[in-house]
Design a protein around this ligand. Structure first.
Ligand SMILES: [Zn+2]
Ligand SMILES: [Zn+2]
Length: 792
């Protein structure tokens, strides 16, 4: 089984290190744990994903011969079955989402119908939307290489010169753009683009799982506005979406475009066998907050593994959470290579940064594909922009945020024939711990669904203003803006939002419909996260050091805060106002963390279910947060120095929350008395926040929680988890829908951690405003067991 094809990975020949490639994922994995005693192996699970042989089908009869000939010239003799199926559905006029793995050729699914339509009539138009400019650029190159007669592709983004835009309007028939451009330019100026909208046959939405949360909710409305403008010009385009493998792709896609969408999920492309290892770095002798044990960091571990794989000659891509982390991982790998007497290999390891020019990216991708470069550490941000597949190994240093991303990244490994290796290195948090111990959650059917919430009033209202400014909203169009394409979409929230906008004087009801009254067009930031970010400026020099989200400003750049940026520390001297924070470079021997007080009040429960002594609700809440002080800790030892009060105003957020409460008498019976309840509820809340990203495409920073031993609105011990964005983003709703599975995973994550009293891998949270106090790990398990039992 574990045959070493290439013999010993490395041997010194006359002072020069020579690399011999090992073509077996299992053998590579064996090398990584060589010399580790069996009981101490960091590998918690090994999954062998068998090879998949490809299944091709005949070209659909409607694909013209000229197009077949061009594709054959690019090495595509026949389409994979899923490509032909999705393409034919679209050709027949049905909106379709193709949700298959990385490098499964999703592009052909939309290229075939689009190119065939243009070959038949070059006045037809195709609009392609990508979440990043880089991706649109890649698509342009592919279309140019195909060079199908009559097809005139062009990219259109914020950088496109105005003279070029004129040419695109008049001549381009395959326009490659992004939702931002559609929102800001094409839709508001629809009359200028009338010829495109009139003839629009297909709208392609690539990497559609990227449209999630508040941004996704905005994009959902931009697409509804697009459909309305098209209808105005007499067209009704078919939507072709490409998605990573996720749970419920048809539902997510339908919610995004507001139309029924058929899903094609069976991947018929070939893939080599892959050995997928889950890896949990060991606990170290170091101690953290409340004396909790600390694990070796995922980044450091990944650096070491990367060096080992490079020595074996395996072309390896390591995905790391941050840019700094990627640089650190590459440096760590270089250091290990030097220590292993393989310093000559160090130049063949590089960090891959954002901001590279397309040509630079291509060069780096080529160097990695050819083996000239052996190890590259990249940030997750580059996941969509990278054009690399067929590598020997992929390392994932920490969960990339969504399971869709994880598979997107893992899919870069795997060649036809040879066995590839993927290693997921768990970080020190509850979700990573859970995944390392629950392989089913990765290798079973995906549960995570791409979530957005087009009914969010904070998104709906400004989007209705944009729509009304484009064309008056007729009374029979309300369903267009409703959430979901069902038989009876919920139009009541749309109607309420319109009435509120009329009352506020922003819209006026006229015979033609609801009209925009202001002269200026509404200005709506679809990528905004609530408020302009605060600029962090160095006081002496005026240099912009960085920016901080408005929502995080009070806790990160308050007076006295030590602000870390790119490995340098700054001390906040004076926060001038809400827009600018002045800092000075310094190197104090301490760190700071803010303490806050959060209150939550129930505004309205939309859904409440009682299960005996347990009550579960979903609804609207007001979250009031006030940063009240900060603590200073010795940098060297982590020891608490002092706590300094702050005078900052409270801030309020109206949002969506899911909450559950139990009676104190139920807890008493299980041995958790009133004094133990706060710690149990608090620990259960932290872990639940950590695990929600397994079920909804959110980051743990997108959500917050409050737990209390006696909540005034419920009169009982209560745990709340809320969306961190005004109006909600669909995360709490998804948690409510998946509550039994979510809380079961939360419980299992806590149980899986081998620490005694709680650590960052289970119940401690890096963003706790209470300094992770009190936390009762065992009590949380008892509480969750009670809740799960009564949920049935
Ligand atoms: Zn733990
Ligand atoms: Zn907390």
């Amino acid at each position: 089984m574990a045959t070493v094809v290439g013999g010993l990975g490395q041997h010194a020949t006359g002072g020069r290190t020579e690399v011999v490639t090992v073509n077996d994922g299992r053998a590579l994995l064996d090398r990584l744990v060589l010399g580790v005693p069996p009981g101490e192996s960091p590998v918690t699970h090994v999954e062998v994903i068998p090879a998949r042989s490809g299944r091709t089908g005949p070209w659909p009869a409607w694909v013209p011969d000229t197009l077949r000939a061009r594709l054959a010239g690019q090495g595509i003799a026949q389409p994979w079955e899923h490509q032909a199926r999705a393409a034919t559905l679209a050709h027949e006029g049905l909106s379709v989402v193709v949700a298959t793995g990385t490098a499964s050729g999703k592009s052909l699914a939309y290229q075939l119908p689009g190119l065939a339509a243009l070959a038949a009539d070059d006045r037809t138009r195709v609009l392609y939307l990508a979440p990043t400019k880089a991706l649109a650029g890649d698509q342009l190159r592919t279309l140019e290489a195909l060079d199908v007669p009559g097809v005139r592709p062009a990219t259109l983004d914020g950088d496109t010169a105005f003279t070029e835009r004129d040419w695109i309007r008049a001549h381009a028939n395959w326009v490659l753009s992004n939702p931002d451009m559609l929102h800001r330019s094409l839709l508001p100026q629809h009359a200028r683009w009338a010829s495109m909208f009139r003839r629009l046959r297909y709208v392609v939405i690539d990497e559609c799982h990227a449209y999630r949360g508040v941004f996704g909710s905005h994009v959902a409305h931009v697409l509804r506005r697009l459909r309305r403008v098209c209808a105005h010009y007499g067209s009704s385009p078919v939507f072709v979406l490409a998605s990573a493998t996720t749970g419920s792709p048809a539902e997510s896609a339908a919610r995004l475009v507001g139309l029924p969408v058929t899903a094609v999920t069976e991947d018929a492309s070939p893939h080599g066998p892959t050995v997928f290892a889950l890896w949990e770095p060991p606990l170290t002798a170091l101690r953290g907050e409340h004396d909790a044990p600390v694990r070796r960091s995922a980044g450091a571990e990944a650096g070491r593994i990367l060096a080992d794989l490079v020595v074996e000659g395996a072309r390896t891509l390591a995905f790391v959470r941050s840019r700094r982390g990627a640089e650190q991982t590459a440096l760590t790998a270089g250091r290990h290579l030097a220590e292993a007497d393989a310093a000559s290999l160090a130049p063949r390891v590089a960090a891959y940064r954002a901001g590279y020019l397309p040509e630079e990216r291509r060069a780096l991708e080529r160097a990695l594909s050819s083996g000239e470069l052996l190890g590259v550490a990249a940030t997750n941000a580059l996941e969509l922009g990278l054009d690399v597949a067929g590598l020997d190994a992929v390392l994932l240093a920490g969960f990339p945020g969504t399971i869709a991303s994880l598979w997107q990244q893992a899919g870069r490994a795997g060649r036809t024939g040879d066995e590839a290796l993927v290693v997921f290195v768990a970080r020190d948090d509850p979700l990573d711990t859970y995944l390392a111990h629950h392989p089913d959650s990765l290798f079973g059917r995906p549960v995570e669904a791409t979530v957005c919430d087009p009914a969010n009033p904070y998104v709906l209202a400004p989007q209705l203003c944009c729509a009304a400014a484009e064309l008056p909203i007729r009374a029979d169009e309300l369903a267009t803006f409703a959430d979901g394409p069902g038989a009876s979409p919920a139009v009541a929230p749309v109607r309420e939002a319109l009435d509120a906008l009329v009352a506020a004087g922003r819209l006026r009801r006229r015979p033609a419909g609801w009209c925009w009254t202001d002269g200026d067009r509404p200005s709506v930031d679809i990528r905004g996260s609530g408020g302009a970010p605060v600029s962090v400026v160095e006081s002496g020099t005026g240099v912009l050091v960085g920016t901080v989200d408005a929502g995080a400003a009070h806790s990160t750049v308050h007076e006295g805060a030590v602000y870390l940026h790119q490995g340098r520390s700054y001390v906040d001297a004076l926060a001038v106002d809400d827009a600018v924070a002045l800092v000075r470079a310094d190197n104090p021997p301490w760190t700071t963390s803010a303490r806050d007080v959060t209150d939550i009040a129930i505004v309205a429960a939309a859904a409440t279910r009682r299960h005996g002594p347990l009550t579960v609700s979903l609804g609207a809440v007001d979250v009031t947060n006030q940063v009240v002080s900060y603590v200073r800790r010795q940098l060297a030892t982590g020891e608490l120095m002092d706590e300094i009060p702050l005078d900052l105003p409270p801030r309020q957020l109206r949002t969506a929350a899911v909450w559950y409460s139990v009676t104190q008498s139920l807890l008493d019976e299980a041995g958790i008395d009133q004094s133990a309840t706060p710690g149990a509820a608090h620990a259960a809340e932290h872990a639940a926040i950590g695990l929600l990203p397994l079920f909804a495409t959110c980051d743990r920073w997108d959500i917050g929680g409050v737990s209390t031993a006696l909540h005034p609105d419920t009169g009982e011990p209560t745990v709340f988890v809320y969306d961190g964005h005004p109006g909600g983003a669909g995360f709490a709703a998804r948690g409510h829908a998946e509550l039994p599975r979510w809380l079961a995973a939360t419980r299992d994550a806590i149980v899986a951690c081998e620490c005694a009293h709680g650590c960052p891998s289970c119940v401690q949270s890096p963003k706790c405003g209470n300094g992770n106090d009190p936390l009762d790990k065992a009590g949380a398990v008892v509480l969750l067991d009670l809740v799960l039992r009564h949920l049935g």
